[in-house]
Design a protein around this ligand. Structure first.
Ligand code: COA
Length: 329
C-alpha cells in the first residue's frame, strides 16, 4: 500500500521574544535556574491582537507553498490546539476562512502537547483509505493566553508558535512509516486548565482562584513524560521493525531539556548529536506545535538526508502520548 507522506511543512512564530532575563524582572527567578532546570533560553509571545487561528493560518500558507499546492487543493483541515480562539466554533473553521479554502471538513482535536502526532496519525488514515487527498494539519498554540505570569513554576516554560503539514499520497516528502498513540485519563488532574469548561464555567470565583490558568504538578509530570515517551519510542520502533540504530534524528516533545536527556540516556545507540533540542531552547514548550516546528526547522535547513529516518515522540496533558517514524524520500 502507498504510504501517506508529509509533502509540505511550514511554521510560524511571533516576533516578540521573552528572555529569561525578562523573567527576572517579573518573578523571583534567574536565568541560571531556568537554563539548568529546563534548558529554555527564550520563548516567543504573540501580540495581543494575534490569535491561535492567525498563527495557524500563517504556518498553513507556508506548508501549502512548500508542497506546491493552493488553498483550493486541500480537502480536510485538522487543527490540534489546547488554546483555541473559542471553545466553538472550531479553530479549524476559522483557519479555513482565513485561507479562503473550499467548503471542506474542518475539525479541532485536543490531545494537548501530543496534538501534532495525533493529527498526523488521523491524516495518515484519511489519505491511505483514500477518503481525502490532501489533508492540512495544523498545530497552533497561544499558550501565553493561559499562562499565569505570576507563577514562576509554570510561566517560564511556555511559548507561542504554530506548525503545519500537508499529508498526501502524492508527491515527495517524509513517508509516515509507523505511528503509535496512547493515553491514560487517570492522571488528568496533574496537568490541566481547570475552568472555562462545563465543570467550572467562568465565574467571579474561578477568576479569583486563577482557575483559568494552566496548572501543573511539575515533578509528577516530569516522571510520566520520561516513562511514556520512552515507551512510545520503543513501541513505534517495534511496530516498524526497526531499532534505535536505524534512527538519524530523535525529536522528542520540546518541553524540557532534562526530560529529553533522560529519554535519550535510555537509548544507548542514539548519540547526542541525533537528539534535537533547539526548539525547547529558543521557543520553550509550544505544546502541540513543538515537534512540528522542530521538523520544519530540520527540513528547511537541509539537515535531513535522503532515506534518513526521524522519530518524533510526544507527551502531554490527558495524559496523552505517542510517537511516529518518518522516512525522507
Ligand atoms: N525560578 C526559581 N526557583 C523556582 C522556579 C523558578 N522559575 N520554579 C520553581 N522554583 C523553586 C521552587 O519554588 C522550589 O523551591 P523550594 O524548594 O524552596 O520550595 C524549588 O525551585 C524546586 O521546585 P520544584 O518544582 O521541585 O523544581 P523541579 O526541579 O521539579 O523543576 C520544573 C520544576 C517545572 C522545571 C520540572 O518539574 C519540570 O520540568 N516538570 C515537567 C514540566 C513539563 O515539561 N510539563 C509539560 C509536559 S507536556
Amino acid at each position: 500500500m502507498t504510504k501517506a507522506k508529509i509533502i509540505g511543512l511550514g511554521s510560524y512564530y511571533p516576533e516578540k521574544v521573552l528572555t529569561n532575563k525578562d523573567f527576572e524582572k517579573m518573578v523571583e527567578t534567574s536565568d541560571e535556574w531556568i537554563r539548568t532546570r529546563t534548558g529554555v533560553e527564550e520563548r516567543r509571545i504573540a501580540a495581543q491582537d494575534e490569535f491561535t487561528s492567525d498563527m495557524g493560518a500563517e504556518a498553513a500558507k507556508k506548508a501549502l507553498r512548500d508542497a506546491n499546492l493552493n488553498e483550493s487543493d486541500i480537502d480536510f483541515i485538522l487543527v490540534a490546539t489546547s488554546t483555541p480562539d473559542y471553545i466553538f466554533p472550531s479553530t479549524a473553521c476559522l483557519i479555513q476562512e482565513k485561507l479562503k479554502a473550499n467548503n471542506i471538513p474542518c475539525l479541532d482535536i485536543q490531545a494537548a502537547c501530543s496534538g501534532y502526532v495525533y493529527a498526523l496519525t488521523l491524516a495518515k488514515s484519511l489519505v491511505e483509505t483514500k477518503t481525502y487527498k490532501n489533508v492540512l494539519i495544523i498545530a497552533t498554540e497561544k499558550l501565553s493566553s493561559i499562562v499565569n505570569y505570576k507563577d514562576r513554576k509554570t510561566a517560564i516554560l511556555f511559548g507561542d508558535a504554530a506548525a503545519a503539514s500537508i499529508v498526501s499520497l502524492k508527491g515527495k516528502g517524509l513517508a509516515i512509516k509507523s505511528t503509535y498513540l496512547s493515553a491514560s485519563g487517570k492522571e488528568a488532574d496533574l496537568l490541566m486548565l481547570p475552568a472555562g469548561g462545563s465543570r467550572h464555567p467562568a465565574s467571579i470565583e474561578t477568576v479569583k482562584e486563577n482557575k483559568h490558568f494552566l496548572q501543573m504538578q511539575g515533578k509528577e509530570v516530569y516522571k510520566h513524560a520520561v516513562r511514556r515517551m520512552t515507551e512510545a519510542i520503543e513501541k513505534c520502533l517495534e511496530q516498524a521493525n526497526l531499532t534505535e540504530k536505524d534512527i538519524s534524528w530523535l525529536i522528542p516533545h520540546q518541553a524540557n531539556e532534562r526530560i529529553i536527556d533522560a529519554i535519550a540516556k535510555r537509548f544507548e545507540h542514539l548519540e547526542s548529536d541525533k537528539v534535537f533540542k533547539e526548539v525547547v531552547r529558543k521557543f520553550g514548550n509550544t505544546s502541540a506545535s513543538s515537534v512540528g516546528l522542530a521538523l520544519d526547522i530540520l527540513k528547511k535547513e537541509n539537515r535531513i538526508k535522503p532515506k534518513e529516518k526521524i522519530l518524533l515522540s510526544v507527551f502531554g496533558a490527558g495524559f496523552a502520548w505517542g510517537a511516529c517514524i518518518l522516512e525522507n524520500d
